[in-house]
Design a binder for this molecule. Structure first.
Ligand SMILES: C[S@@+](CC[C@H](N)C(=O)[O-])C[C@H]1O[C@@H](n2cnc3c(N)ncnc32)[C@H](O)[C@@H]1O
Length: 225
């Protein structure tokens, strides 16, 4: 039996009702969404992520798609991280964010261990996955664009460079929303379907920090220039 509420108070105060798996599947099976799932660059933002009902299922589906696209095991490790890097969430409740991060990590790890033999496995990939998940799953208020400390919500863009490298760039959520005035931008997609996705999306504002271009497996080092 799926647990869809934690308490009546939380339902009343923050509208917390988790989506049953059947409904998640139904929604993600819609052709408009499915087309974005079958892409390694289309991004999704869940602005009220809860414990990750949608994001976890999106991750599973994106990793299946990555398998169908990879050219060998090494390439698949890169594509796994690339697929993961396209999923973003915001959640206001600290306990939900903890569960969200844990659920994303455990889902990634489970599929990773099922896919790669022990001798093919790399701790670097799992550490890099953890860094991506921590960066992409934000605690905060989607409406005010701020975290519980009053700091701006910050997201990272993970831009693939060639076949095996990535450039990480940080943007405040506010700047993404404000810059989103053209078709397919974060702002537009957020208003339309509460998930955003566009492979051609280019955030508009200046980055806060300059990360070094690294191999996907070295994302965990978080090297800055
Ligand atoms: C209806 S639940 C849906 C959770 C998840 N999307 C799912 O389908 O299971 C709404 C979630 O949004 C969160 N939430 C409410 N207001 C929010 C806000 N202003 N910013 C971010 N998250 C918020 C709640 O804590 C809750 O986890």
């Amino acid at each position: 039996m799926e647990k869809i509420i934690k308490s009546a108070d939380r339902v009343k105060n923050i509208g917390e009702v988790f989506t049953p798996q059947k409904t998640v599947d139904f929604m993600l099976d819609q052709p408009e969404i499915a087309a974005k799932v079958n892409s390694l660059t289309a991004t999704f933002l869940e602005p009220s992520a809860g414990e990750g009902a949608f994001l976890v299922e999106l991750l599973k589906r994106k990793l299946i798609y990555a398998k169908s696209q990879a050219n060998g095991k090494k390439d698949l490790q890169n594509k796994f991280l690339q697929a993961l890097s396209t999923l973003y969430g915001i959640e206001i409740m600290e306990d939900n964010v903890e569960m969200l991060v844990m659920n994303m990590n455990s889902t990634f790890q489970q599929i990773y261990f099922q896919t790669f033999k022990p001798k093919e496995q790399s701790r670097k990939i799992l550490c890099s996955a953890q860094v991506i998940i921590s960066a992409n799953m934000a605690q905060g208020d989607t409406l005010t664009h701020k975290t519980s400390t009053g700091a701006p919500i910050v997201f990272s863009e993970w831009k693939p460079i060639g076949k095996s490298k990535v450039q990480r760039t940080e943007y405040t959520f506010e700047s993404i929303i404000e810059g989103g005035d053209s078709t397919g931008t974060v702002n537009k997609q957020y208003e339309e379907i509460d998930l955003f996705a566009d492979p051609d999306e280019q955030p508009a504002k200046e980055p806060d920090r300059h990360y070094t271009i690294v191999k996907w497996e070295d994302v965990y080092k978080q090297l800055v220039e």
